[in-house]
Write a protein that binds this ligand. Sequence first.
Ligand code: SF4
Ligand code: SF4
Length: 87
Amino acid sequence: MPAKRHYKVLIIGDRCKDCGICVYVCPTNVFEKSRKLMNKKGYWVVSPAHPELCVGCKLCEYMCPEFAIVVKYSPKPYSEVIMSSGS
Ligand code: SF4
Ligand code: SF4
């Protein structure tokens, strides 16, 4: 049986507009709406709270209208929010 793969779920926080699409489309409930971190545009940034549940389908990455999510293989489940936008 192949080893279980793990993923890193990265949010580019300054791009997030708190639309909730990622929360809606993720089949394993990796994301949570959060009121902990506000970006410079004044939006609350979604929280990738449960990276250990990620199955790497990339639906979130494809569906985020702001291109604010990147999912990659990782040696262990991991999530990060970075606040530099590049756009
Ligand atoms: S889909 Fe993108 S913009 Fe919308 S809440 Fe998720 S990360 Fe933020
Ligand atoms: S890649 Fe799939 S399982 Fe992982 S966070 Fe995105 S939508 Fe959820």
